[in-house]
Ligand binder design. Structure first.
Ligand SMILES: [Zn+2]
Length: 492
């Protein structure tokens, strides 16, 4: 891992190079992937010193990703890079392993270890083992009371039959490409043109899945038209804990099931058109029946193959929330479906995994909230950053089009460890005192003084933020203005 981290440094520095989100992806795929290999088995039982070594390597990557200085508090660093420390992650991995094995075939030897009477004797006090750690976490996350959906061990279509029938067509794009942030009107027109370009459908359906915050209270909805007339609105609950992906698949599955039920052997060969706004589920389905790992996807393929024998089936992606009539109805129906009783719906492995991940991240964020930064660099806002800027921290630079230099300056101010601040320079011993050199008023020049209260820069601050005394939270809520403020003071 250590050597692989060098790659990150080769493609970036604090003033040039890839964006933080690209660097983070590179770290996950190229470097952390080494530690992840069979991690569910060994990481939960790793000794403290082994864990420390891993954390050190990850912290080095965090600094490269964010551009933070070496002295940055570890919690702030991990939050800025949006990387869960291994100490928290190993619990998550243990729970995922427990989830996996509690869904396997009943004679799975690993599953037997999970039963309390078969638990191996605990040899070391600190080593709780993956099974116990994982089971405790599953319970904390509230997964204990849910029926589990068994894993799909082998897809119902054998690999040699995997090439889909030539009558099934996946369309994952529009006739003319429209950027996803284009105005709704433009995206709607492009979608309508695309649909008009397909063979005229005898049966058309729009499907949609919804999940609150992407993981809770799922609903699957669809609207079906036959010869242009609406014939059915389908509502199905998708589970108390679910994922948007699962909900989308369930919507497709229920719709196909309904279409199969209304078609008879007397029907001639028809054109069936399914429209969904979930690109990820279409792309995944397109990989073929033998590549599916979700039960719902497997069932979708079984229906598709049955229909494909006689009819032509087009699966078309349409942009969501663009005003496409059928899609809007499906969206509303899916949200209604989410309100249906959700009892007894088994939780899928994918949904359990994402729930555990969210639970562990939340626990860890809570635990860092009360950690105290070094007095010399207080206050810093990284801990509260999620509250200020919202999720997707590392993508902020991409979203706002910040340069690497600008992003680094921002991150450093947020953590309080910025060479631009006199208090920090004093902290590392390169300045004799920490008083603000700009106003000379004897106040410490920390991030708060510099950004919110230094009298010497009051006019610029008023121009940029519209106030003389904004709070640190208000200031960081608008990163572009912070950049402008730094620019006008010549600090960037
Ligand atoms: Zn000052």
């Amino acid at each position: 891992m250590l050597q692989r981290n060098n790659v990150l440094r080769a493609i970036s520095d604090t003033t040039w190079g890839c964006s933080p989100s690209d660097l983070r992806s590179a770290y996950l795929a190229f470097s952390r992937a080494c530690a992840d290999y069979a991690a569910g088995a060994w990481m939960p039982g790793l000794s403290e010193s082994g864990l420390r070594e891993l954390e050190t390597v990850q912290r080095q990557a965090c600094r490269t990703i964010t551009g933070c200085v070496r002295s940055t508090p570890v919690d702030a660093l991990a939050r800025e890079a949006d990387l869960l420390p291994f100490s928290a992650r190993r619990r998550q991995l243990a729970a995922v392993a427990v989830e996996r094995h509690s869904r396997d075939l009943p004679d799975d030897p690993v599953q037997r270890i999970l039963l309390p009477e078969n638990r191996p004797r605990q040899r070391l006090r600190y080593d709780r083992g993956w099974a116990r750690t994982g089971q405790e976490l599953s319970k904390d996350a509230g997964l204990d009371d849910f029926p589990r959906e068994p894993l799909l061990v082998v897809a119902n279509t054998p690999p040699w039959e995997s090439p889909p029938p030539p009558t099934i067509f996946f369309h994952t794009g529009l006739v003319r490409p429209v950027p996803h942030n284009a105005p709704a009107e433009q995206r709607r027109t492009a979608a309508e043109e695309t649909l008009a370009g397909l063979p005229n459908p005898d049966v058309q359906a729009f499907t949609d899945g919804s999940a609150t915050a992407g993981t809770e209270r799922g609903g699957a909805g669809a609207v079906v038209y036959r010869s242009g007339r609406e014939v059915k609105r389908i509502r199905a609950p998708a589970g108390r804990f679910t994922s948007s992906y699962t909900a989308e698949l369930l919507a497709l599955r229920e719709t196909l099931k309904y279409i199969e039920s209304i078609l008879t052997d007397q029907d001639p060969a028809l054109c069936i058109q399914l429209c969904t706004d979930s690109l990820s589920s279409l792309m995944r389905l397109r990989e073929g029946p033998a590549s599916q790992t979700e039960r719902a996807a497997d069932q979708v393929w079984l229906s598709l193959r049955r229909l494909g024998r006689r009819h032509r089936v087009d699966l078309q992606w349409v942009p969501g929330h663009a005003g496409v009539a059928g899609n809007e109805i499906a969206d509303a129906v899916a949200r209604e479906a989410a309100e249906l009783p959700q009892d007894g719906i088994p939780i899928t492995f994918v949904a359990a995994k994402s729930l555990l991940k969210r639970h562990v991240s939340r626990e860890w964020v809570e635990s860092t909230r009360h950690s105290r930064p070094a007095p010399a660099t207080r206050p810093h806002l990284s801990h509260d950053y999620h509250g200020v800027v919202g999720p997707g921290r590392v993508r902020l630079a991409d979203r706002l089009g910040l340069s690497r230099r600008e992003d680094t300056a921002l991150v450093r101010l947020r953590t309080g460890h910025s060479p631009a601040l006199q208090a920090y320079r004093h902290f590392i011993g390169v300045e004799e005192d920490d008083g603000c050199p700009t106003c000379g008023g004897g106040d410490r020049e920390d991030a708060e003084h510099f950004l919110t209260s230094c009298p010497a820069t009051a006019r610029v601050r008023h121009d940029v933020f519209g106030r003389d005394d904004p709070t640190l939270r208000e200031v960081f809520a608008d990163p572009c203005r912070v950049i402008e403020f730094l620019r006008r003071l010549g600090r960037l």
